[in-house]
Write a protein that binds this ligand. Structure first.
Ligand code: FES
Length: 178
């Protein structure tokens, strides 16, 4: 069952991810702490959804998952080095919405650069800089998924910082993640 929840796990070479420097500039920080259990504007509360275990998301791995509702696609990445907002022993694991902030096309990891690239108009987002746009027409950073890790190393999605493309509220008009 866990396999179906974490669709399309994708290998990204450690070497390609480490090609780009780990940048965690002060200006790039997104405040995601405190999202756990926080009420959204609708009065709803973000669910806690297990995504993976840290031992299964080594440097260079990416895992795709739905959150906070079914069909709201996201990507979890181990950047291989300490990253703003990251979790895990090296603070290197981060997650973002997979919907581009330009017109909502799919964003995926580019193996060569380790960047998140939109399939439609090639906006490029940097997962090591809180999903900041570094190229292309996208107007905003990718919404960042807040993560918690429990004592067993299980990684949970616990909130989303930023409005997911096309949503008037991240928690409305959708079905629970199974
Ligand atoms: S939809 Fe992503 S750049 Fe246009």
């Amino acid at each position: 069952m866990e396999e179906t929840k974490h669709q399309d796990e994708e290998e990204v070479t450690r070497r390609s991810l480490l090609k780009t420097a780990c940048i965690a500039g002060a200006g790039a920080a997104v405040l995601i702490s405190g999202l756990n259990g926080r009420a959204d504007a609708s009065g709803g509360t973000y669910p806690q959804v297990r995504i993976a275990n840290v031992k299964d998301v080594k440097a260079g791995k990416a895992v795709k998952f739905d959150y906070p509702l079914a069909g709201r696609k996201n990507i979890l990445i181990n950047c291989g080095c300490s990253t703003e907002g990251g979790v895990g022993a090296e603070k290197s694991i981060v997650a973002y919405s997979s919907f581009c902030t330009h017109l909502g096309c799919g964003v995926d990891i580019e193996k060569e650069s380790g960047m998140l690239v939109c399939e439609c108009h090639q906006s490029i987002y940097d997962p090591k800089q809180s999903g900041k746009v570094v190229e292309g027409p996208a107007p905003n950073s990718l919404p960042m998924v807040a993560l918690n890790v429990d004592k067993n190393g299980d990684i949970y999605a616990v909130g989303v910082a930023g409005l997911i493309y096309g949503m008037r509220n991240n928690l409305l008009d959708g079905e629970e993640v199974k």
